[in-house]
Design a protein around this ligand. Structure first.
Ligand SMILES: [Zn+2]
Ligand SMILES: [Zn+2]
Length: 299
């Protein structure tokens, strides 16, 4: 059943296939660079993935084992609608190291009812739910009119505040609208993150001033990601998170393939290179940042 809805759920399907003649074929031809290795005992958190998706149905335990083996012992799986939020909570209860966020992604707001929001509120109180999201707006796929997306975004921003949960924001080419809502509805004592950040350095500075974190996806490893690299340069390591957004947006050298939590190390490695620091330092600081925002301290 999940398979049938997989295509519309592919939030970044167009990005995944970006440069239709490029992405996938390039990945195939590329030498398989080994995963960067953390020093013994090192740890890093994947702060955004979608473990409930069909892409992991066959081998989720192996995906989690590979993550743990690479030092990604804790991760945050994100709900995009009521059903996936339920599944996120279930996964968090079933596996060590997994935490959950619940919420309705802008792609799915049109079919979300008042009853669904009541149920989400109940889910949000479950153990191991550490954030509300992902919520926001998306002008690229436009599954609902932007006015409808904004109404649901505002409603969920208010819910996150009432629940005292940090907010996970999805923003695709809706920077002004997103910032307007956040600035009107703030301040946010539980904080938040702009996930899969796609704005420029000016927007990043505004986001940080608001007290939010900026989360860097695997896109930062792509050859054409100059703007995102500038963002990494501009934002202090103390305000950065790293994420896979798996199964979407695999970093180089896995671009075009299924993404998974272990690959957050490719992203962290690129962040370290841009910042001119060791990978271990990026791992240590982004882990501390994720703990400061989400807790996630029980293993
Ligand atoms: Zn998103
Ligand atoms: Zn996502």
């Amino acid at each position: 059943m999940i398979c049938e809805v997989e295509a519309p759920r592919c939030v970044f399907r167009d990005n995944l296939l970006e440069g239709a003649s490029g992405g996938c074929t390039l990945a195939k031809n590329k030498k398989d660079t080994p995963l960067p290795v953390l020093p013994a005992g090192g740890e890093i958190i994947d702060t955004h993935c979608h473990l409930d998706m069909g892409a992991y149905r066959e081998d989720l335990q192996e995906v989690l084992d590979r993550a743990r083996g690479a030092g990604v012992g804790r991760l945050l799986t994100i709900g995009i609608d009521l059903e996936s939020s339920r599944e996120a909570v279930r996964l968090a209860g079933a596996h060590p190291g997994i935490y959950a966020a619940v919420g309705v992604h802008p792609h799915h707001v049109a079919e979300t009812s008042d009853d669904d929001y009541r149920e989400l509120r109940r889910l949000a109180a479950q153990p191991r739910v550490v954030a509300y999201g992902e919520v926001g707006m998306d002008a690229v796929r436009n599954y609902a009119p932007l006015a409808v997306q904004m109404e649901h975004f505002r409603r969920q921003v208010r819910m996150a505040k009432e629940l005292s949960l940090p907010l996970i924001v999805h923003d695709r080419e809706t920077h002004d609208a997103i910032m307007a809502v956040l600035e009107e509805e703030g301040p946010f004592s539980a904080g938040g993150v702009m996930h899969c950040f796609s704005g420029d350095r000016e927007l990043a500075v505004r986001v940080v001033r608001m007290g939010f974190y900026v989360s860097i996806p695997g896109v930062v490893t792509f050859a054409n990601a100059g703007m995102l690299r500038e963002v990494v340069e501009a934002v202090p390591l103390e305000r950065l998170l790293v994420e896979t957004d798996g199964p979407f947006l695999a970093p180089e050298p896995k671009r075009g393939k299924r993404n998974e939590p272990a690959y957050v190390l490719y992203t962290a490695h690129k962040v370290a290179e841009i910042k001119g620091v060791e990978l271990a330092e990026v791992a240590r600081q982004t882990t501390a940042n994720a703990e400061a925002l989400f807790g996630m301290r029980e293993g």
